[in-house]
Design a binder for this molecule. Structure first.
Ligand code: PRP
Length: 198
């Protein structure tokens, strides 16, 4: 910083985190295990249903699942494809749980084996919207993988095939793709934001 100029307010995100909930190491170990299970299921496990034998498609739910998707892909020694979808909750004034599609998949998924990759399932509205939306395209199979299952907040029951961590506490978490007002996605771990969980 040039001499004599006042410094900016700190933009160091670590200083804004009250507590680390899942360390980077814990996340990586969990992602590795999930990768092993998924690889087994879609190879020897016989879960693949695509009549043409095409590889499963992992669908990353943007934006929160970006880091999880990137790490999970690197833990899969099987052939897969990936695609991306972006949804958002409607703002105030609409029915609770209303979800809208912002960016759709690039490729058709009919008769394909599809695995939706989410960072977190909270109320369950988003994932159930996605399940309905993608099911209507008649995939050969459709399963859900989430890094975090925040069970305490469930409003709409969800059938999840692969879960990393079950979060019982009703706390607001950030990091590893998850944001507060668009920030903190770049933390390599998951933590509680100062002032948001008191
Ligand atoms: C988060 C998360 C899930 C959804 C879960 O996305 O990535 O998609 O909320 O919440 P629900 O179970 O209550 O529906 P968010 O809407 O924050 O968008 P983002 O992924 O772009 O951060």
């Amino acid at each position: 910083m040039p001499e004599g100029r006042p410094g900016p307010l700190s933009n160091m995100i670590e200083e804004q985190i009250a507590k680390v909930l899942y360390t980077s190491q814990a996340i990586q170990a969990k992602v590795k295990k999930l990768g092993e299970r998924i690889s087994y299921d879609y190879s020897e496990g016989g879960l693949a249903r695509d009549p043409r034998g095409l590889p499963p498609i992992l669908v990353c739910v943007l934006r929160g699942a970006l880091m999880f998707m990137a790490d999970l892909l690197r833990q899969l020694p099987i052939t897969v494809e990936c695609d991306f979808i972006q949804v958002a909750s409607y703002g105030d004034g609409t029915a609770p749980g209303a979800v809208r599609l912002i960016n759709d998949l690039d490729e058709p998924i009919q008769e394909r084996d599809v695995l939706i990759v989410e960072d977190i399932v909270d109320s369950g509205y988003t994932i159930n919207y996605l399940r309905r939306n993608l099911s209507a395209r008649r995939p050969a199979s459709l399963r859900i993988c989430t890094l975090i299952d925040k069970v305490s907040r469930r409003e709409d029951p969800v059938d999840i095939s692969y879960t990393g961590f079950v979060l019982e506490q009703n706390v607001f978490i950030v990091g590893y793709g998850m944001d507060y007002a668009g920030m903190y996605r770049n933390l390599p771990y998951i933590g509680l934001l100062k002032g948001e969980n008191s």
